[in-house]
Design a protein around this ligand. Structure first.
Ligand code: NAG
Ligand code: NAG
Length: 572
């Protein structure tokens, strides 16, 4: 336990202190590039106003006549449509094509946005993934099926199939929202049969950004109670009024429920001012709080909110509790020692075998998550049909594979265009370790399953790969071939290598200025990397490593390689 507490404290120090949710504002003069970014979390645009509401902003070198009219404000949604759900987003404003709200006036774009604790999944073509909100409801922020860069879902693919990076299926958001909005979990498939193929001949992928929300509806005169337990309230949307005739209608005359167009424009701000950052909050659904938006109508209050984590909560808790499993006090060192065969012996709680360690690690991390939001853990699942690219990714933190199965346990998954004979045997699956070996400790990992050569558990059946994994915080370093770097634990901590590879798994890392012939092989792994580094560095306070074929065997001559290492620091 000590290990993970130390680790999370360390995480807190390196991550920006304060809220993981922040409000931002960006003003960009017409024709310049508007750039929105979130250091942590995903962009959610609250509003963009195009026009001019004061005479000072963007007035440099402009004639008086172009900046004096200040009553010009057009609300636009183009920036929200393009940027919501991304971590960063750049738009050349003169290419947005917005209608001119005040001819002759020099205008600017004023965007206010939040960085929210969202989830973002990327699913390579023919893959499946499950969006999961636990007991909350899925709210889709954005989605695209197509290709926006040449790197994502490219492992082992011909470059001609990844060159088109301006490929966008316009119906993606509405289709994914219709499938998933409001559900607790939702499995989505990246496939031309669901979205129309927006760029034939290009290998595509589906990106979906979503948040988990709760909705409460409270009839007029009652009081809404918002509760986030250990986390904090973030208001997503709200209205006090009436938008249908059935909600809160029992026993009311029709005259009080027939108005379906009753809104309180500033309900969101009022509730946000009252509740945001609180762990629980009460809001009376009354005219006193909201001022009556439609006299004579019986109203109700609808609030959609999300529970987010505050980094500083970590400091408040000194005990960690995981229901039904362990109760741990911070002063008890649970991690007794590590050993170089990569197994962790955890006193009382877990077992010192490698297979159980994954479970332990997860439970321990989950345990911590309750009290230490700095150490992010999320459970993820990806399914990929045999022959396609299996892509695991962590928004924050690094991948830890819990289980990978190869086979078939369901007759509908990966069944398109396959005869019944190949998909009916659903009692076939074998647990494999290759995915864990390649992906543990990375923030994104692509494995072209066509090149895996997994031994066949059921000949004649068309199979798929099904991997469950978590994302946890750790350190990671990349060292280009022939370079040296020192892994170091601050304040007397000791190194434990989580994973390492010497080779190449993408064409961009350590490629600057190199001929493409040296970087095009992206399926290159030196199998002795982890054990070599573990011997060299585990349990040391610092460790200098060289990315060189003289230390690791050369897994791919004539390819420029790099060493990627992920590690944690523990204290005994
Ligand atoms: C930009 O928009 C925000 C929020 O709507 C507003 O408070 C601010 O005054 C605006 N700034 C300018 C320069 O228009
Ligand atoms: C290291 O772990 C292995 C199990 O994988 C165990 O057999 C061995 O005794 C452990 N070594 C030490 C020093 O505890």
């Amino acid at each position: 336990m000590m290990l993970f507490l130390k680790l999370s404290l360390f995480t807190l120090i390196i991550s920006a202190p304060g809220l993981m949710v922040s409000g931002e504002n960006m003003i960009t003069c017409y024709s310049d590039v508007q750039r929105l970014t979130c250091e942590t979390g995903l962009i959610k645009v609250k509003s963009t106003v195009y026009g001019r509401t004061n005479s000072i902003t963007c007035n440099t070198n402009r004639p008086f006549s172009e900046v004096t009219f200040t009553n010009c404000a057009l609300r636009i949604t183009t920036i929200a449509d393009r940027c919501n759900g991304l971590k960063e987003c750049e738009l050349k404003t003169d290419l947005l094509g917005n209608p001119d709200p005040c001819f002759g006036t020099y205008k600017y774009y004023n965007t206010t946005y939040d960085c929210i604790n969202g989830h973002r999944v990327v699913i390579c073509e023919q893959g499946y993934s499950t969006l999961d909100c636990g007991s909350d409801s899925i709210e889709i922020i954005n989605a695209n099926y197509g290709r926006g860069n040449s790197r994502t879902c490219s492992n082992g693919i011909l470059s001609s199939q990844t060159q088109n990076t301006n490929c966008y299926a316009p119906n993606t958001l509405s289709i994914v929202a219709a499938m998933c909005k409001g559900k607790k979990t939702c499995t989505v498939e990246a496939s031309n049969t669901i979205f129309n193929d927006p760029c034939v001949g290009t290998v595509k992928y589906l990106t979906v950004s979503y948040i988990c929300t709760r909705e409460i509806v409270t009839c007029e005169s009652s009081t809404a109670t918002l509760n986030c337990g250990a986390h904090r309230i973030k208001i997503i949307s709200a209205n006090y009024g009436r938008t249908d005739s059935t909600t809160c209608s029992s026993g009311r005359p029709a005259s009080q429920t027939s108005n379906k167009n009753c809104y309180t424009p500033d309900a969101l701000n009022k509730i946000a001012a009252r509740c945001e950052e609180q762990s629980s909050c009460e809001v009376p659904a009354t005219n006193v709080v909201f001022s009556d938006p439609c006299f004579g109508t019986y109203k109700y209050l609808t609030i959609v909110y999300s529970c987010v984590m505050l980094v500083r909560e970590h400091e408040a808790s000194s005990r960690v509790f995981y229901p039904g499993f362990v109760y741990i006090e911070r002063s008890v060192p649970v991690v007794q020692h590590f050993n170089t065969s990569n197994s962790i012996y955890i006193h009382h709680r877990c077992f010192n075998t490698f297979s159980i360690m994954m479970l332990c690690l997860k439970l321990t991390l989950l345990t911590l998550l309750i009290a230490a939001p700095g150490l992010l853990v999320s459970g993820e699942n990806v399914i990929t049909c045999d022959g396609d690219i299996h892509r695991l990714t962590c928004d924050r933190g690094l991948i830890w594979v819990e289980n990978s199965l190869y086979g078939r346990t369901d007759s509908s998954i990966c069944s398109t265009a396959h005869p019944p004979l190949q998909v009916t045997d659903t009692s076939c699956s074998t647990s494999i370790s290759t995915i864990a070996e390649r992906c543990n400790g990375l923030s994104a990992c692509e494995v072209n399953t066509a090149a895996l050569q997994t031994s066949d558990p059921c000949k004649g059946t068309y199979k798929y790969y099904d991997t469950s994994y978590s994302c946890y915080d750790a350190e990671t370093t990349v060292i280009c071939e022939h370079s040296y770097s020192t892994l170091e634990c601050a304040q007397g901590g000791y190194l434990q290598i989580i994973n390492a590879n010497f080779g190449r798994s993408d064409s961009t890392t350590c490629s600057s200025g190199l001929p493409s012939g040296l970087t095009k092989k992206t399926n290159c792994y030196a199998s002795n990397t982890l054990s070599t580094l573990a011997t060299l560095c585990n349990n040391q306070q610092s460790c200098t490593v060289e990315a060189s074929s003289t230390i690791f065997s050369d897994p791919c001559p004539n390819t420029a390689k790099y060493l990627s290492v992920s590690y944690i620091c523990y204290e005994i």
